[in-house]
Write a new protein. Structure first.
Length: 407
């Protein structure tokens, strides 16, 4: 009897570290715990991810966890958020390699191993700070074509490659399109053209299309004639499509026939994630996500019945986006800012290291990558990096931060 109790206690003690680390993030969190092996695998995929190096006993990590989880939900599935327990023996070497000197250390990997990581050096560990910081640092490979006349030139310029053009009614390049541009960097040229009322579509020989309906056009190497993808405009479906385009197995008529027959049927789990994302967007509408969603409008139009009338945000319906107010009322026609370069090296302003106990210690490192805006001066660079600490300010309107898995 006693010995079996002892055994139980021993067992409980043996399990304690892993239980504690599992508890750092709630069970239904979109933050995925990785061990060193899984981390190396995740870094082989060409995508932007945010990784928190943590220890279960660290108070700052415990306080950060729910915020990090909310950011993960907001960015799911476009930017995965991971966590690594550096207390775990089998991760210690990785944490040392990653130069983790304090907990939590949060790093952005803009494109797996192929672009050096950036350290999140702000003490502001809120969901919206993480959300904006990560979503703005996806390397931008998407060429913005401002006029319909720019399209033929772009199509001809890269004739030897696959090219993918998005015609969107949105002013911003959807985050999903940027994620795809990053994923297929060097393999497919991505561009986006704003076709607000469908006039460009008509000029190119397509129908004007429904409100908000995007069009995905693909040009095969050597061809200036597009074929059109009419499948589901979500990350999974588009990735499968582009993979099949690249390996040559695509049969566009089959893809489109199947897309017509097939209604998008999310699993119960996907629906649950989308429900939570919706709830979070509404809850956060006043605290950092305010420029992404017109909360009042959503309530006015949909009320409690919002989902029944609009469908879920993951591709089946639309959240009414807030139009940027402008004095003339013609914000939609305002000239857009030219696209930013793919990768830009900006020396970060030196930040004094906080004097800290081991627990509050943070890594302070040079930010070697800035993919948000060209920063002409250290002043501007400073301002840019500070924006992560002031998430309640309106986001710069230059680029996309649609947190949705849809175009
Ligand atoms: C990542 O991108 C490179 C080209 O930059 C490509 O050769 C490689 O196949 C890609 N890897 C994956 C897993 O897509």
């Amino acid at each position: 009897m006693l010995s079996s109790t002892m055994q139980l206690v021993t067992l409980a003690l043996a399990l304690a570290p892993s239980l504690a680390s599992a508890a750092l993030f709630p069970k239904d969190s979109q933050v995925k715990m990785l061990d060193a092996k899984a981390f190396k695998k995740a870094m082989k995929v060409n995508q932007t991810s945010l990784v928190a190096f943590v220890a279960p006993w660290c108070g700052h990590c415990q306080r950060m966890a729910p915020e990090f989880s909310r950011a993960a939900l907001g960015l799911y599935p476009l930017v995965p958020l991971y966590a690594i327990d550096c207390d775990d023996e089998k991760n210690k070497r990785l944490c040392a390699e990653q130069d983790v000197r304090g907990f939590p250390t949060v790093k952005l990997f803009p494109r797996g191993n192929s672009i050096p990581p950036m350290v999140y050096d702000s003490g502001e560990r809120t969901a919206s700070a993480f959300f904006y910081w990560a979503s703005r640092r996806i390397p931008n490979t998407v060429t913005k074509l401002y006029h319909v006349e720019d399209i033929p030139g772009w199509v001809e310029k890269q004739e030897k490659k696959y090219r993918a053009l998005l015609l969107t009614k949105d002013k911003k390049v959807p985050l999903l399109w940027k994620v795809l541009g990053n994923k297929y960097m060097n393999q497919i040229e991505f561009a986006s053209h704003r076709d607000r009322k469908g006039k460009s579509s008509v000029k190119l020989g397509y129908e004007a299309g429904e409100k908000k309906q995007p069009k995905v056009l693909v040009y095969a190497p050597g061809s200036t004639k597009a074929f059109r993808y009419e499948g589901i405009n979500k990350l999974d479906s588009l990735s499968k499509f582009f993979d099949s385009v690249l390996d040559g197995s695509v049969d566009i008529s089959v893809v489109n026939e199947e897309a017509k027959k097939e209604e998008f049927e999310p699993t119960e789990e996907e629906l649950e994630i989308e429900r939570k994302q919706e709830a979070q967007r509404i809850a956060l509408a006043h605290g950092g996500f305010a420029d992404l969603i017109d909360f009042e409008e959503a309530i006015k139009n949909g009320g409690a019945n919002f989902h029944d009338t609009h469908g879920f945000g993951g591709g089946m319906g639309d959240i009414p986006y807030k139009k940027k107010p402008s004095a003339s009322g013609s914000a939609a026609d305002a000239p857009e800012t030219p696209k930013t370069p793919v990768v830009e090296s900006t020396p970060a302003p030196a930040t004094p290291a906080p004097t800290a106990t081991p627990e509050t210690q943070e890594e302070v490192k040079q930010v070697v990558l800035e993919t948000t805006e060209p920063s002409p001066s250290p002043e501007a660079a400073k301002k840019g990096s500070e924006s992560a600490t002031t998430p309640s300010e309106p986001a710069p309107s230059t680029e996309a931060e649609h947190p949705k898995d849809e175009l």
